[in-house]
Ligand binder design. Sequence first.
Ligand SMILES: [Zn+2]
Length: 144
Amino acid sequence: MTRPRPPRPVPVPDGLSAPYWEAAAREVLVAARCSRCSALSVPPDPVCPHCRSTDPAFTFEPVSGRGVLRSWTIVRQPFLPGFKADVPFVLADVELAEQAGARMIGRLLDGPDAPLRQGAAVRAAFEDVAPGVRVPAFVLETGA
Ligand SMILES: [Zn+2]
């Protein structure tokens, strides 16, 4: 007898992150722009990581989704049962093209056998994780 597979956890939007997840569901990557220092953050934090404002009054704007691979790790251990079928997978640290230091962590959908190298060009992609729920991820730009 096989037991049903536990579901993969899905994001639970809150007041701060709801615009981010609503855009992701439409396959649009948005970044939060701080109203105090104008820097972009992805995903939004209660405190602006650039100017440390505790009242950043973020506004969300679409970004190109293009960036470069800064670093990565290959996840081989499913720390939550819902990820058991997904390992091994690549978690990438990507710097977005829009702003130096606008870094974002996301899965690299090409997988651990892809030719990974620092500085490789990537673009945003989206994973369908539940009906109407998409999570931003990345893929390597081909021919880059
Ligand atoms: Zn700021």
